[in-house]
Design a protein around this ligand. Structure first.
Ligand code: ADP
Ligand code: ZN
Length: 438
């Protein structure tokens, strides 16, 4: 096991280390980042007020706009000469936010990613086909570095060129595939199209999937298609990148590497800290990052944290599979809808594929439309009955969402495929170029 000492720390050790690091990091951020000094002063807090772990509550929050407002270098705590890497978020939800790393930060990140591979069951002798995008996005280089630190060989295929990806999966008999779950699904389709049986012809054992929400049902179909173990990984560029939390083989939540991250769950409206197990906005304090410390960073991601023991023996607390972020949440007719709920309801229906789109539109009232492709095998089979399938899927949607969604079934291969994060939601309540075929 890679860095067994860190992976297998017991909870008391974790807490003790967190407390020590928290005190040090709060002082460090205060002294080296003018934004933090100002914020502390405004709120009447001194670094010395943080004596115990619980005192983290006194520390002011940091939000995404703080990073944007200080674009590009504003939160640096070290001279720029010390920085060896910049990344930026993919900007899914607006202006990109820049993050910086010094040499020590890169080492920590590499260690976290190597732990991620190792706890997912990846062995140093495996080859990792890394189909996350290389570039400003942290996915590509993050998964790359971690694999090297563990001692794997890396095929840095990056995203795109799907035919070549498929050929390489076959020719290299790659053991590990790293990419977004939506791209994994696309790859399995493409493999079949090019005459391969992904389960028989390829040698994939582990999939390192993440960077976007995906359902248990999507996991099942990916595992089934490739005959691999599909592991969820969570992270974001602001917190190094991928590697913040990872599933162990138990697949019952994602362990947060808590020697490096202190996690809290808060009520997004009041900012109040929620008790263990309650669902709220996840807030992370980076306990050692030097180039760009972040204290109580509000992620907007929605989840819950448990400290219950895991069968695998790791005491690092776990977050439930992330449902989505609060800005992904749609409010349709006053009801909250997460795209991941729609996905789960669709995939529960035998005969519906993983390719779908959610469209919110309005005439007088808000309306939810779902367009989903029929699964290719089902579409070609004798038993395919469009009306019946539509009715069944609509019922499943209604049961999960508590509101009526109008469903349209599409032929296989109709919707656009993505090589990175899938764009599932189109909110055309205010848009001019609308999709009319609903
Ligand atoms: P951007 O915010 O521009 O998309 P990132 O690439 O840093 O930039 O994306 C991080 C976000 O991606 C997280 O905040 C979270 O919403 C989402 N994400 C990452 N990993 C997962 C995962 N395993 N499950 C669900 N959502 C994830
Ligand atoms: Zn575990």
């Amino acid at each position: 096991m890679f860095n067994e000492e860190a992976q297998m720390m017991d909870l008391d050790e974790i807490r003790e280390l967190q407390e020590k690091r928290l005190k040090k990091q709060v002082k460090y951020a205060y002294e080296n980042v003018p934004m933090y000094k100002k914020r502390f002063k405004e709120e009447g807090v001194k670094p010395s007020d943080v004596k115990k772990l619980e005192d983290v509550k006194k520390v002011p929050f940091t939000v995404k706009d703080d990073l944007r407002d200080h674009y590009p270098y504003g939160i640096l705590a070290v001279p720029k000469e010390e920085v060896i890497r910049f990344h930026a978020s993919s900007g899914t939800t607006g202006t990109p936010t820049v993050v910086a790393y010094n040499r020590k930060d890169m080492e920590v990140w590499g260690d976290l990613m190597a732990r991620a591979y190792s706890s997912a069951g990846v062995k140093p002798e495996y080859t990792v086909q890394n189909a996350y995008g290389y570039g400003l996005f942290t996915g590509g280089l993050g998964f790359h570095q971690g694999a090297e630190v563990l001692g794997c060989s890396v095929l840095p295929t990056s995203t795109g060129n799907t035919k070549k990806q498929v050929t390489m999966l076959n020719d290299f008999q790659t053991e590990v595939l790293a990419c977004t779950p939506s791209y994994a699904i696309y790859l399995s389709e493409a493999a079949e199209k090019h005459g391969y049986d992904p389960k028989e012809d390829f040698n994939l054992k582990v999939g390192m999937f993440g960077a976007e929400p995906w359902s248990e049902e999507a996991r099942e179909s990916i595992e089934e298609a490739f005959g691999l173990k599909a592991q969820d990984t969570y992270g974001m560029s602001e917190l190094y990148g991928p590697g913040v939390a990872i599933e162990c083989p138990e697949q019952n939540g994602l362990h947060i590497w808590s020697d490096q991250f202190l996690v809290e769950t808060i009520d997004p409206k009041t900012g109040e800290v929620l008790p263990e197990g309650e669902t709220g906005e996840l807030v992370f304090t980076m306990l050692t990052r030097e180039a760009m410390p972040l204290l109580r960073y509000r992620t907007k991601d929605v989840g819950s944290v448990t400290y219950e023991e895991c069968e695998c023996g790791r005491a690092h607390p776990r977050i439930e599979k992330i449902e989505g972020r609060s800005d992904d949440m749609l409010i349709v007719g006053g009801v909250n809808v997460f795209p991941s709920q729609v996905e789960a309801a669709l995939l529960e229906t035998e005969g519906i594929s993983e390719h779908y789109q959610i469209i919110v539109d309005r005439d007088v009232l808000d309306k939810l439309f779902v367009r989903a492709e029929v699964d290719k095998d089902h579409y070609e089979s004798e038993e395919y009955d469009e009306e019946k399938l539509k009715e069944e899927a609509s019922e499943n949607l209604k049961a999960v969402l508590n509101i009526k969604a109008r469903l349209k079934l599409l032929e296989p291969g109709t919707l656009p495929r993505t090589v990175g994060k899938a764009k599932r939601v189109i909110d055309q309540r205010e848009e001019q170029d609308r999709i009319e075929d609903l």
